[in-house]
Design a protein around this ligand. Structure first.
Ligand SMILES: [Zn+2]
Length: 218
């Protein structure tokens, strides 16, 4: 009898915990939905560093940290294009954001320089087609992220860059963040550290929130 009671109590507590956990993510309707894309994955490692660091792993860790921050936020829901070490085609990444009618699409990457191992710092990329309807907002978000990230991390500000990118398929404002150079041994060690990844995730999350609050209030 005593064993049965203890078992019941343990089961009830477990159930309460599970329900509570589900409540964290879906309990209330959040104002914003952001799709975070961890670049590369699976057969595609992305850039590889001097110490063997694979870019795909850094991207995924940062994306997961951003999702964790979203779990405990009452305004922003985070959805990842991949939460494991798998390759997802580019069309599917932006397709997911379009289907969900996300407010923002943010792709996380780390940079590489084929010849100069001293290249360092952060840059935020936007698609180079300035006739895109999202272009003004892409640029605005990129500038804000660039400013917030370089200040918080104290790294070289390489400015925002324009390139032909798959993020043009996103129907909402979209940027691609290069969080540092995997090909610079000093930055590679930073990039693979928990502290750097966690700080990058926090700054990205807070900046996204700041951007959404100000633009939606207009
Ligand atoms: Zn990349």
């Amino acid at each position: 009898m005593r064993a049965l009671t203890a078992k019941t109590i343990v089961c009830t507590l477990a159930l309460i915990c599970l329900l509570g956990w589900a409540q964290v993510g879906t309990g209330q309707t959040k104002r914003f939905l952001v799709v975070i894309d961890a670049g590369h994955g699976g057969w595609d490692p992305g850039a590889i560093g001097y110490y063997g660091t694979q870019e795909k792993d850094i991207n995924l860790n940062i994306a997961r940290f951003i999702r964790l921050l979203g779990l405990y936020d009452d305004e922003i829901s985070i959805v990842l294009t991949r939460s494991d070490d798998i390759y997802v085609p580019h069309r599917e990444r932006t397709g997911l954001a379009n289907r969900l009618r996300a407010d923002l699409f943010v792709s996380i990457h780390a940079n590489a320089h084929p010849r100069n191992s001293a290249a360092n710092g952060i840059e935020v990329l936007v698609h180079d087609d300035t006739s895109l309807s999202t272009y003004p907002r892409n640029r605005e978000l990129a500038l804000l992220l660039q400013k917030r990230l370089t200040r918080a991390l104290g790294v070289t500000d390489r400015g925002i860059k324009h390139q032909r990118l798959f993020i043009r398929w996103a129907e909402m404002p979209a940027v691609l963040i290069e969080t540092g150079f995997v090909t610079n041994p000093h930055e590679e060690l930073k990039l693979r550290s928990f502290l750097y990844q966690w700080t990058v995730a926090q700054v990205i999350f807070n900046t996204i929130k700041e951007y959404l609050r100000t633009t939606k209030a207009r």
